[in-house]
Design a protein around this ligand. Structure first.
Ligand code: UT7
Length: 335
């Protein structure tokens, strides 16, 4: 029997900082509105003509995770790549990581679970490790949102929220059964698929029809979000799935040493924190400086929390996410 431990972690964010004040120049919004509703002060957006991509950012994060794990790239047995903003419609970005890192011809799996993508990837990797199939799995969550956002007043309820960045971990098989992933919990509710979605390009929209359609205004290419509705579902599902993990492991909320919620909105994180009655030092948020980086948000936040010394041996770490799909999930890890 093996358990899965996070052996290495790394993250990468583009250099270009976009402050709320910068957005005021391109759409009808304000620093005050954005901070009050989301907590975000700034985010990273790649420069429009840069060479950066979802896979290139993921590659940088992966290099750091490999280094941090103290393994060599040829020890990686499998790649799992989570994103909603892949370089290409197909193939997925996992194979680009395999190429960029010059890895052996290991398998590369792409995960399409948006804000829950990292938790889904972690859960999948955990099963491969516990079954004995793989020893070292590279998990990457990376998003280049900025190229797909509608940076105008029409798109303001979405575009002010999302940021670019990547995080990666090496999940490793361990014989120490006292440590590692205790359980993961995954859910979906597809009846709300269109409440937070990018509809095109898609096989449901025939490409020749789109080109000919005089009514096509490009809006189906930009993310749509029913913000209020997503918010209300998020706070309920976050709590449910965290409690599910605690119950499964015979723990209570008092046992959580560190909670890292997916960084969707600071108000959502604060609501969850309040419900769990956790003090500030037991919750880590960084949405203020990066915005919502979707599949990358948990590994970036976890890497920063580790840098800040917020995790000690034996601590109970809780990760939780909710997003488009709807999909949601949690993971409990003994550090
Ligand atoms: O990570 C995946 C999951 N995503 C989430 O969990 C996001 C969940 N939702 C949210 O975070 C919030 O719903 C938002 C931050 C997106 C929006 O906040 P809200 O408090 O729900 O605002 P709202 O959508 O109800 O809009 C309030 C007003 C509207 O104007 P009217 O109709 O009251 O005149 C919007 O048009 O704010 C307007 N508005 C803006 N104003 C300035 C929407 N976006 C902006 C903006 N700047 N960027």
């Amino acid at each position: 029997m093996k358990t899965s431990i996070i052996k290495g972690i790394g993250y990468y964010v583009p250099e270009n900082i976009v402050k709320n004040k910068d957005l005021e120049k391109i759409m009808d919004t304000s620093d005050e509105w954005i901070q009050e509703r989301t907590g975000i002060r700034e985010r990273r957006w790649v420069l429009e003509n840069s060479d950066e991509s979802t896979s290139s950012m993921g590659t940088e994060a992966a290099k750091k995770a490999i280094d941090n794990a103290g393994i060599s790239p040829d020890q990686i047995d499998f790649i799992i790549f989570a994103t909603l903003s892949p370089d290409y419609f197909f193939p997925g970005s996992g194979v680009l990581i395999q190429r960029n890192l010059g890895l052996k011809e290991v398998g590369a799996l792409d995960i399409r679970n948006q804000c829950s993508g990292f938790i889904y990837a972690l859960s999948t990797a955990d099963q491969y490790i516990k079954s004995g199939m793989y020893k070292n799995i590279l998990i990457v969550g990376s998003e280049l949102h900025s190229g797909g956002l509608e940076k105008s007043t029409r798109g303001r309820n979405v575009s002010v929220i999302f940021g670019d960045g990547a995080g990666a971990v090496i999940l490793q098989a361990s014989d120490d059964l006292e440590k590692g992933i205790m359980s993961t919990h995954l859910h979906s509710e597809g009846k709300y698929a269109e409440e937070l979605a990018v509809i095109s390009p898609a096989t449901k929209k025939w490409i020749n029809k789109l080109v000919e359609d005089p009514d096509e205004d490009g809006s189906s290419y930009a993310p749509y979000m029913n913000g209020n509705f997503v918010f209300k579902n998020a706070v309920v599902r976050f709590m449910e799935v965290i409690n599910e993990a605690l119950v499964k492991n015979n723990l209570t909320k008092e046992d959580i040493d560190l909670l890292i919620p997916h960084q969707a909105n600071l108000r959502i994180s604060q609501f969850v924190q309040k419900q769990l009655a956790l003090p500030n030092e037991k919750v880590y948020n960084n949405i203020m400086k990066y915005g919502n980086t979707t599949a990358a948000s948990i590994p970036i936040a976890l890497a920063e929390a580790i840098e800040k010394g917020m995790l000690n041996d034996g601590d109970i770490l809780c990760l939780a996410a909710f997003g488009s799909g709807f999909t949601w999930g949690s993971a409990l890890i003994r550090w």
